[in-house]
Design a protein around this ligand. Structure first.
Ligand code: HPA
Ligand code: ZN
Length: 326
């Protein structure tokens, strides 16, 4: 099973590029930019990666992102992930980035987008990995700040495929962002949103009905609403599920208690993803291997979820047809 998982080509649809910042690179960039880190060593950083919930993770994740200052830093970060993706036989990836985390520290939007996009171009040319970029609004910040960020995105719409929504979910419902998502869609962006990770099932309904999302990121709390589960199955609205993340952030107590097999059996379009691999102890293959073992998944389950990753992607149908596995 492990060999099969490693060998099969696959797509990743839920990866925060800032969450792929390995402590080794964090230290290198901190030194390059003369930034003091709250950790004395890579080992100390890794030991600090113990979380009680989403917020306790976000505090450390935003702190780590402080080392990203110039175009080269964003390039190196993205290139690092793409090399890892190549090793894992990821042939297509749709990457989130959080511009407000950086523009709030006075890093210009063009610096961020240029560094990431140049690395993605090199990823296509040198590694054969295709990609799309998804800009996420931080939902704990204001709608005004999201509108400002959208204005920057519009100037770079050739490099950005979709708009997403991440950060602290509780008390920051999708409804708060309806006006800015309306404008984003009018500008031609597709939309996705984190919903039903820690937040209630109703946030998933809001993401579908108000933000008109193509996919739900996480979405595992849909299980609390049988009508919603039926709707997700009927409409084949994909969920980008992140098993190791869910256990690290205590959405489930253990992988064995994860509900993705149940949802798969109910006909939902479930995909497997790494979320923030540098913080959660594994990249895409490690997520597949861990959940396959914990839930006794079959070869067919794995292949189904890999084909779901192609089907749920923002590639066009001709590109998807070339990727489906038997
Ligand atoms: N949830 C919300 N925001 C995030 C996450 C997540 O899992 N990872 C990075 N930002
Ligand atoms: Zn996420």
């Amino acid at each position: 099973m492990k060999t099969l998982i490693k060998q099969l080509p696959k797509a990743e649809l839920h990866i925060h590029i800032e969450g792929s910042l390995e402590p080794e690179l964090m230290f290198k960039l901190a030194q390059r930019n003369h930034i003091k880190l709250p950790f004395n060593s890579v080992e100390e950083a890794k030991q600090a990666y113990q979380f009680n919930d989403l917020q306790s993770f976000l505090n450390i994740y935003y702190q780590g992102a402080n080392v990203l200052c110039c175009e080269e830093d964003f390039y190196d970060l993205t290139w690092h992930y793409l090399q890892k993706a190549k090793e894992q036989n990821i042939c297509h990836t749709e990457i989130f980035f959080d511009p407000q985390t950086h523009t709030n520290r006075k890093v210009p939007f063009t610096v961020i987008i240029t560094g990431i996009s140049e690395a993605l171009k090199a990823g296509k040319e040198r590694l054969g990995i295709s990609s799309h970029l998804i800009l996420c609004f931080l939902r704990d910040l204001s709608v005004e700040s999201a509108f400002e960020t959208l204005n920057n995105a519009i100037k770079h719409s050739d490099k950005i495929k979709a708009i997403g929504l991440d950060s602290a979910e509780k008390n920051n419902p999708p409804s708060k962002f309806k006006p800015v998502f309306d404008q984003a869609r009018a500008e031609g962006f597709l939309t996705v949103a984190h919903a039903g990770e820690e937040g209630e099932a109703d946030y998933i309904w809001q993401a579908i009905n108000l933000l008109k999302v193509s996919r739900i990121d996480h979405g595992v709390r849909c299980i609390d609403d049988p009508q919603l589960v039926n709707y997700l199955a009927e409409k084949q609205i994909p969920l980008t599920v992140c098993p190791l993340s869910n256990v690290k952030l205590k959405v489930f107590n253990s992988l064995e208690e994860h509900n993705l097999k149940l949802l798969l059996e109910q006909g939902l379009c479930i995909t497997i993803n790494s979320d923030d691999p540098a913080y959660f102890g594994g990249y895409l293959n490690e997520n597949f291997m861990a959940i396959a073992e914990a839930l006794n998944l079959t070869e067919n389950d794995i292949k189904k979820m890999i084909n779901n990753s192609f089907k749920a992607s923002f590639l066009d149908s001709a590109e998807k047809e070339k990727l489906y596995i038997q």
